[in-house]
Write a new protein. Structure first.
Length: 507
């Protein structure tokens, strides 16, 4: 794996802080914030998109309503590198490729850019009266579905024929003035040479923007074969990643494959063993578990697993999605997972289940501050723990400002709007007011220390231990030793830095 700085990474939408990316650039230049972040993960509404606040990408050109190319240049000039999204599995129905298919049908050069359902399943099922193949049960009994029914969008070609295309995620179809209209995300056919041209062109574009890390969204759905689960197919998924990585390496990009899977499946370790960064989706809930139980043994054991196995992570507290719970299965008992769910829900969190089944998938949508009972001492302790855990710390902008659950945003978003609970945009006036809060000032102090202290790097010597209600984490490199000592019973901590000359500084 190539070299990557281990400093803190801001995470937000381009309009989260002030309204545009230019406002965020100005925020990062403020004296209170300058030198705090070495990286910035900008969520994909940076691009032209139409759904899910960016994750249904029309194209990867800059959305100039929210950002300008000169804003990205300004970030590079500040020494801030970028983490950007690339959605491997699908593209918006409003993408130029899908629009060309709608206009030209079988004559479109992008006919095989997307997955023709009937061609894929030819010989594996029976044609229905609705014009799509119903695969034989033996071929789909193990298939992973993200929504009820077959993942099909019936596409009307110019000649009036109806052609089914693979559609794993969202879709909406309606008639307007006698014309069929669509919204949704269409799965890409990774066996098409044009898809690989698209992959190459996109990765180059993202590199030109200043990206160093590429988060691969929904990559585990991209590889598909009849009779398979069609989620994390092996070995095809690894072959796909290897091919994408070969392109990424040409542009100096590090891949961060994004996947939620239980600890007991061991997928996180497989990804790391193949040389990729991984998301530490275990940490957010493990920290809450430690704070609520007053016991850091499991948190310390997880840290030591990462250290022993030399797994490189990007870690976090909150993010644009929910607080993961599925990932903990097999790491802590089911009763402890349910207890965490009950605690966070009692504090206003909203449960997201797949098809309403907790045993398949669950996460909780809440701000991290609200999940902690809106206790500032807990939030500061959680931040200190995050900064002293192995990995590169990613900081959700609302966590930095001790954001609370936004129920009005959820209500305004309507059905499926649960994620808006933790996506509140802050105005420049909000930022001015919140920067004066002690809980914000202290987080910025901790983050600046993490960004500037020579003890912190991916190759630092790290030791983490826990006894009773205490936890200790020490990072050592080049004669600098940073130590965090925590008392989980009263939510207090101390941080010290020993320098090469023997001097000790309290942070």
């Amino acid at each position: 794996m190539g070299k990557i700085n281990a400093g803190p990474m801001l995470n937000s939408y381009p309009d989260s802080l002030g309204g545009t990316l230019r406002d965020i650039v100005n925020f990062l230049k403020r004296p209170e914030v300058k030198g705090t972040f070495t990286s910035f993960y900008i969520l994909p509404s940076l691009y032209h998109s139409d759904l899910d606040r960016g994750f249904s990408v029309i194209d990867y050109d800059i959305n100039e309503e929210l950002a300008k190319p000169e804003d990205l240049t300004a970030l590079r000039e500040m020494g801030i590198d970028l983490k950007l999204d690339f959605v491997l599995n699908h593209a918006s129905v409003l993408s130029p490729q899908f629009q060309d298919l709608l206009m030209k049908g079988n004559k479109s050069q992008y006919r095989d850019f997307f997955i023709n359902w009937n061609e894929f399943w030819n010989g594996y099922g029976v044609m229905t009266g609705q014009g799509y193949i119903q695969p034989d049960e033996k071929y789909i009994k193990d298939m992973f579905f993200r929504k009820p029914g077959l993942p099909i969008l019936m596409v009307r070609f110019p000649d009036g024929s109806e052609v089914p295309y693979w559609n794993t995620f969202y879709q909406k179809v309606w008639e307007e003035n006698g014309e069929r209209k669509y919204l949704g995300q269409m799965d890409l056919n990774i066996k098409s040479p044009k898809v690989w041209e698209f992959y190459r062109d996109t990765l180059k574009k993202l590199s030109d923007y200043g990206a160093k890390i590429i988060r691969l969204d929904a990559f585990a759905y991209a590889s598909k074969e009849p009779g398979r689960r069609n989620f994390m197919n092996e070995p095809e998924t690894w072959e796909l990643l290897e091919s994408v990585n070969a392109i990424a390496n040409q542009y100096g990009l590090l891949l961060l494959p994004e996947i939620h899977a239980s600890y007991e499946e061991g997928i996180y370790e497989k990804i790391a063993d193949k040389g990729y960064l991984i998301y530490d989706f275990f940490l957010p809930s493990l920290i809450i578990d430690a704070l609520e139980s007053g016991n850091g043994a499991t948190l310390a054991a997880w840290a030591n697993e990462l250290i022993k196995k030399k797994i490189r992570t990007v870690n976090m507290l909150g993010c644009h999605d929910g607080i993961p719970l599925l990932d903990l299965k097999g790491l802590i008992p089911e009763k402890r997972i349910q207890k965490l769910i009950d605690i966070i829900v009692s504090r206003g969190g909203l449960i997201k289940n797949l098809h309403g089944k907790k045993d398949i998938y669950y996460q909780i949508n809440a701000t991290y501050f609200s999940a902690l009972g809106e206790d500032e001492s807990k939030l500061l302790l959680a931040r200190a723990l995050q900064l002293f855990m192995p990995g590169k710390p990613q900081i959700w902008y609302l966590d930095l400002f001790a954001g609370k659950n936004d129920y009005e945003a959820v209500s305004n978003a309507g059905p499926g709007g649960h994620k808006e609970i933790n996506r509140t945009n802050l105005s420049n006036d909000d930022i001015e007011r919140l920067l004066a809060l002690p809980v914000v000032k202290r987080q910025l102090e901790l983050l600046r220390f993490r960004a500037s202290c020579p003890a912190f790097d991916f190759d630092s010597d790290i030791k983490v231990s826990s006894a009773g209600g205490t936890l200790s984490s020490t990072w050592n490199k080049n004669g600098y030793t940073a130590t965090l000592n925590v008392d989980l019973r009263n939510f207090t901590y101390t941080i010290s830095l020993r320098k090469p000359d023997g001097g000790v500084e309290l942070i």
